[in-house]
Design a binder for this molecule. Structure first.
Ligand code: AHR
Length: 512
């Protein structure tokens, strides 16, 4: 009944569309000023040995009743392929700086176990290691991004890991890889030299880490034709000093600098699904802070690298809520609501807008941890609202950004305000224009007039993600409570098009 009422309301908004609301919101899309390509790896993911992300999330083991390919669950792989996952970062996170890769190769039964001190103190049996990760990437058709151990690992260990994965030469590491069942080297695209070395990765100062980075990175070699994109540990949030030191001391020796930003939650004690409008507003305001972070870190990078050769890689981001009641606090298992979909929508729009500098993004984390795409419960799997946003936004992957100017009203709440709308636009290789729009206001639809400079709209189609309540989410009983629907509240105008965005929605329009 609730869903029927919601469908009728949505249809009414669509029918009345732009006739019922004055278009106080104006968007100009400069199709005549296309310049920078949106690197598809902005749409990447991060998966750590944390809680039920790797084990249960991907890895069920070869003997499992859950359908799998060489131990990796088929349903999760199929869903991520559908959303066009481009790159996957692994094995951590904080786990990376305690991970010794040689423990994760060879016959599974002989692999030593370790304590996962960061995440619940559970025993890690190392059954998912380098071969399994590279197999996962091959099954997903995505690029691997491995994060090495600077905090507690040696230079030699890092050097040998890269050699083991990528070398085709006659060498002890190549022999070892062959002995473990992989004749050909893999292609390794991205390599991170440590993770959060200002914190769990060794509590280093920026100056100390810059020296460490140079030392470790020297031995991350390009072997047998493989070219590695080296990523240095970057700042936490607003640590602009870290960015300045790293760019000054080591900017010429890196391809990318990481940035981590979690936008938090509502009031601290709230769960991911029990929150009020104040929490909704607070979280979206925090998510929008990504704009300032990217702008300010990029401005510092510009001083040392005006040609933008070094990428800003936002390789951990997302909403971090209280864990679901009754679950292990160290496992960071949280539900995912419409609010998280809006967090994803605005963040991806911001990355698109800054695609001249932001070339990699990895949401934390893909399955069963933090702002997940997918939740699993034994053989069951559900797609979260965040998954649907990634799938809807995939049209931007490798498209050319179309600069846009948005004038919009505010969404005001408790004496504070944020822009109600958020947008980005691109043109893909076939010439189609895609516009992704978020209406952050949970109470008001928004009429929007769009001018397309340098292009003419003929046909438009659209999809929308919204729900009745701000807290709505998918459960294992109702896995399709929130999913994208067809969107028709638009019309072609002389200047471009007009549309009415439902309250609390994410919309993608395809303009031909
Ligand atoms: O994603 C969870 C943790 O958050 C990662 O392990 C760490 O890098 C960050 O602090």
């Amino acid at each position: 009944m609730k869903n029927r009422m919601f469908a009728i309301t949505l249809a009414l908004v669509c029918l009345l569309g732009s006739h019922s609301l004055a278009a106080e919101n104006k968007l100009v899309i400069h199709a005549d000023r296309a310049k920078d390509q949106i690197n598809r790896n902005i749409y990447g993911h991060f998966s750590e040995h944390l809680g039920r992300c790797i084990y249960e999330g991907y890895w069920v083991g070869k003997g499992s009743k859950i359908p799998n390919t060489r131990g990796i669950r088929n349903d999760v792989v199929a869903a991520l392929k559908k959303s066009k996952i481009p790159v996957l970062r692994w094995p951590g996170g904080c786990f990376a700086d305690e991970y010794h890769w040689m423990d994760g190769i060879g016959p599974a039964k002989k692999r030593p176990s370790m304590i996962n001190t960061h995440w619940g103190g559970v025993t890690e049996n190392n059954h998912f290691g380098t071969h399994e990760f590279m197999d996962l990437c091959e099954q997903l058709g995505c690029e691997p991004y491995i994060c090495g151990n600077v905090g507690s690992g040696t230079v030699q260990e890092m050097q040998q890991w890269v050699e083991y994965i990528t070398s085709n030469a006659i060498s002890p590491m190549t022999d070892l890889r062959k002995k473990n069942g992989r004749a050909k080297p893999w292609k390794l695209t991205y390599f991170g030299v440590g993770n959060e070395n200002w914190g769990c990765g060794g509590n280093m100062t920026a100056e100390f880490y810059a020296d460490q980075y140079k030392r470790y990175a020297t031995y991350v070699h390009n072997l047998s034709g493989n070219k590695i994109f080296k990523i240095a540990c970057g700042p936490n949030n607003v640590d602009y000093h870290w960015t300045e030191v790293l760019m000054r001391e080591a900017g010429k020796r890196m391809n990318g600098l990481a940035l981590h930003f979690y936008c938090g939650s509502g009031k601290k004690s709230r769960s991911a699904t029990q929150f009020d409008e104040g929490d909704w507003f607070h979280l979206l305001k925090r998510a929008l802070f990504m704009e300032e972070l990217v702008t300010r870190h990029s401005a510092i990078m510009d001083q040392f690298d005006p040609q933008k050769k070094v990428a800003l890689c936002v390789d951990e981001w997302g909403a971090w809520h209280a864990v679901e009641p009754g679950t292990n606090p160290g496992f960071l298992y949280q539900q995912n609501s419409l609010r998280d979909a809006l967090v994803a929508g605005v963040t991806l729009n911001i990355f698109n807008q800054h695609c001249d500098r932001v070339k990699v993004g990895n949401i934390a984390q893909t399955v069963n941890v933090l702002q997940a795409m997918i939740l699993t419960d034994k053989e069951k799997m559900l797609l979260t609202p965040t998954y649907h946003v990634f799938e809807m936004f995939a049209v931007h992957q490798n498209a050319i950004l179309l600069p846009s100017e948005l004038q919009c009203g505010d969404y005001a709440m408790g004496g504070d305000k944020i822009p109600a709308l958020n947008v980005s636009a691109s043109r893909d290789l076939s010439g189609k224009i895609h516009v992704t729009l978020c209406n952050l206001n949970p109470n008001q639809p928004a009429a929007l007039a769009c001018e397309l400079a340098g292009a003419k709209a003929k046909n438009i189609s659209g999809r929308v993600l919204t729900a009745t309540e701000i807290t709505d989410h998918n459960t294992f009983d109702k896995p399709e409570n929130i999913k994208p629907a067809e969107f028709t509240a638009f019309k072609v105008t002389d200047a471009g098009f007009s549309t009415t965005l439902p309250a609390k929605s994410v919309v993608v329009l395809e303009v031909q």
